[in-house]
Design a protein around this ligand. Structure first.
Ligand SMILES: Nc1nc2c([nH]c(=O)n2[C@@H]2O[C@H](COP(=O)(O)OP(=O)(O)OP(=O)(O)O)[C@@H](O)[C@H]2O)c(=O)[nH]1
Length: 127
């Protein structure tokens, strides 16, 4: 079973958090689910550097990475992930969607209204 090390950015700008939606996916349990943007950490790369790289590539957004919020180990039917979430800030809300279907900035109390990837559920509890 594959095991991926993934970093995710909880990006806050003036009281709202960026939520990004995946498109259709090979694994139906991930199709159209919301996630915090980020991705797989490359060999030898620091978590924080991976996050800055991924957010620039996926959203053309410049972030600063702050504290670690949570580390979640989640077993999906086809692979396992260790998901590390960091609190981040951006100076703008303008994003360019390269990979995602949709992006929305929501206040913390509204995050649970979206359909999140299963691995993200514990992270929501920490916000
Ligand atoms: N970036 C990110 N990935 C997450 C989160 N929660 C979660 O289960 N994942 C999963 O962790 C993996 C991250 O890999 P990735 O972002 O590099 O995505 P990818 O294009 O290589 O794979 P994909 O085709 O599954 O999207 C994906 O399978 C993604 O669905 C999250 O909050 N942020």
């Amino acid at each position: 079973m594959k095991h991926y090390k993934v970093v995710a950015a909880v990006i806050e700008h003036k009281g709202a958090i960026l939520c990004t939606q995946k498109g259709e996916h090979n694994y139906p349990y991930l199709s159209y689910k919301y996630e915090f943007p980020g991705g797989k950490v490359e060999r030898g790369e620091r978590d924080e550097d991976a996050l800055i790289r991924e957010i620039d590539e996926e959203l053309a957004l410049c972030i600063t990475v702050n504290r670690k919020i949570a580390v979640v180990n989640h077993q999906y039917p086809d692979f396992m992930i260790t998901l590390t979430a960091f609190h981040c800030n951006s100076t703008s809300r303008e994003v360019t969607l390269v990979e995602h279907l949709h992006a929305i900035w929501l206040p913390k109390e509204k995050l649970k209204t979206l359909a999140w990837a299963a691995a993200d559920q514990p992270i929501l509890q920490y916000l």
